[in-house]
Design a protein around this ligand. Sequence first.
Ligand code: PLP
Length: 450
Amino acid sequence: NSPTAELQALDAAHHLHPFTHGAGLAEKGARVVTRAEGCWLTDSDGNRILDGMAGLWCVNIGYGRSELADAAHRQMLELPFYNTFFQTTHVPALNLAAKLAELAPGDLNHVFFASSGSEANDTNLRLVRTYWQEKGQPERQVVISRWNAYHGSSVGSGSLGGMKGMHAQGGMPIPGIHHIDQPNWWSEGGYATPEAFGLERAQALETAILEIGPEKVAAFIAEPIQGAGGVIVPPETYWPEIQRIAKKYGILLIVDEVICGFGRTGNWFGSQTYDIQPDIMTVAKGLSSGYQPIGASIVTDDVAKVIENTEFNHGYTYSGHPVACAVALENLRILEEEGIVDRVRDETGPYLKERFESLADHPLVGEVKIVGMMGSLALTPDKVTRAPFAEPGTAGLICRERCFANNLIMRHVYDRMVISPPLVISKDEIDTLVERARKSLDEALEQLKA
Ligand code: PLP
């Protein structure tokens, strides 16, 4: 037996994986990733694989930055753990909160820490309901979200999400969550211009508010660009209309920046790319480039004022974990001092856009969307009618497998192929990514014809 086969057997015997997509893993064997450097993974067979997904949309500064390991080491020796409950604090947490307040737009000046995006969105659910209770409007309980959204896997955040496959497993959504349709023009909006469709899908928020009763709606939550839903880039008309409606009815706007935050769209936050003024922002992933588990809710002066004056019975043992905060601070320093976000906006983002959009001529590709360092290809058997495949999801799966055989990580969401590489990817590596993607599409096309 090769070392890989032994590791795979041990994994299959004892390790339950998240999001397994059904049986077959034990027979096929999990891929065993052993090391990583920059944008490249190494597996247990010694293959070098270009990571077009930055792990799970998170390794923004790339792998192998020893400065983050040093920061963790120093912090573990100095203060490996202390909590931030009640009236205690420590230096890494207060410094990171201050840094986030400086980076976040508008008066998003106050930070509540968690260990993940899921936990931060659970916090948000509790924050907005507590906020309205304290404002004397306790009947404002409903949070409106979107179908196909992903906001996490806990029961609260999974309920906020609109993944029907998750809800189908029972117990979700919890009461008080209402979903509206997403602005996916390619799949659902062919009858209208993107601009008209964007407006229509935004106005679905107003329709929902009026149906539920404005006095019962606490908040609306959405990602600037839906990530795990397939990198669904909204038409330009969408966000201004959402903002107008949220203001009109006085509901809180929660913008989930777990994927879009920390440079992915070419600005520090997707809210800046779309000129959104959130009341609450969810962050995680790129906050530490995935080197430590950490998430946060960043809230405005107004929200903080209300929450600070009440008993908010909510918190996690690891809210503001000192090691995670120290690593996140070091990650933000690198992003800032090395001008990584600016480079995405001005240099590598435009280059990736030009190269990635060249895939539009491929017979399998219907739509190409890309903003900064997140993009998607809608696969279709018919570019003109935009017909779906007879067995939805199969073409995407085949294409993902071909990518992997060609030493490229791309993910598939049904029949959309998505990328989200480390923000430090070079132009040469972008060329390699696009060449391997094209080769994989060619092979997938052959396989689908067979
Ligand atoms: N929100 C968004 C937009 C996400 O993409 C994710 C994870 O992919 C989450 C929340 C959940 O974050 P976590 O997996 O850290 O709990």
